[in-house]
Design a protein around this ligand. Structure first.
Ligand code: IPE
Ligand code: IPE
Ligand code: MG
Length: 258
């Protein structure tokens, strides 16, 4: 796991948030674009366009208040089952987002990375993903991870297969693997586990996102559809997070003991 430099939030007191107790890693399931469009009699793709426009303000805000890791579920492996015109439109929006925002990533010192199986993505997107990764690989203020063609079960199975291959090739000698070592085979190997997982868009499910990593993550569900999810909604989620006691199996009296 890499260490990021400590930063001071730019706009401290305004939000009644404890900036010393922010989640280190926020994961977000950006759901509800289709219903946002439907409620306005617009085509689904217009919902995706508005959803895509909403990514930059949220990334910028997280960067500004000092969230160190932000992971966005942008496209699941299961989403490939959607109509072709919709998946293609999503790929084009993704490409446009990267081309348009990578200058800002550099300016704001945001490292861009992905999790998921990029093999299924069209070449025109993979090219821009690789270029954005290359340009931002040494940046250290915040890490933005997009989950693309991602499925947690697929990630775990790919990890197991990599492990078996390492064993075959004698790169892995032991006949026992620890939880910690297994984590190094996952796509999220360089990331801490998410502290807070937010899902927008009314559903109360995880939809195959970060199943291994969210063992002790705080879950927050909101009815707000992704295109409407703004700074205030995020602050509400962070405040809710800060009101919780994370016990990790222990009892209240033990919290803060060490
Ligand atoms: C989230 O919005 C975007 C992706 C899954 C790619 P949806 O497209 O799932 O929107 P709803 O759930 O149909 O409203
Ligand atoms: C989850 O949303 C995936 C993303 C937001 C990328 P879906 O809309 O695909 O989830 P389900 O199908 O409602 O579970
Ligand atoms: Mg959905």
């Amino acid at each position: 796991m890499d260490t990021l430099p400590k930063i001071t939030p730019l706009r401290p007191s305004r939000y009644a948030l404890d900036f010393n107790a922010l989640p280190q890693h926020v994961a977000l399931i950006m759901d509800g674009n289709g219903r946002w469009a439907k409620e306005r009699n617009l085509p689904r793709i217009e919902g995706h366009r508005r959803g895509s426009d909403n990514v930059d303000p949220i990334v910028t805000f997280c960067r500004e208040i000092g969230i160190r890791h932000l992971t966005l579920y942008a496209f699941s492996m299961e989403n490939w089952a959607r109509p072709k015109d919709e998946t293609l439109a999503l790929m084009e929006l993704l490409k446009d987002y990267l081309v348009c925002k990578r200058g800002k990533f550099i300016k704001n010192e945001i490292r861009f990375q992905t999790i998921g199986d990029l093999d299924r993505l069209p070449h025109f997107v993979v090219e821009e993903i690789e270029e954005t990764k290359r340009l931002t690989k040494d940046l250290n203020r915040m890490v933005l991870t997009l989950a693309l063609s991602y499925s947690a079960r697929d990630e775990i199975i790919r990890a197991v297969n990599r492990l078996l291959k390492d064993k075959d090739q004698h790169r892995f000698q032991d006949s026992y693997i620890s939880v910690h070592d297994f984590g190094r085979y996952l796509d999220t190997q360089s990331l801490p586990d998410p502290d807070l997982l937010i899902r927008t868009g009314r559903e109360r499910r995880i939809s195959n996102f970060l199943l291994w990593q969210s063992a002790y993550t705080e879950l927050y569900f909101t009815d707000i559809l992704w295109p409407d999810f703004n700074e205030t909604c995020l602050i509400d989620a962070l405040r809710d997070y800060q009101s919780r006691e994370r016990r990790f199996g222990r009892i209240s009296e033990q919290i803060g003991e060490e």
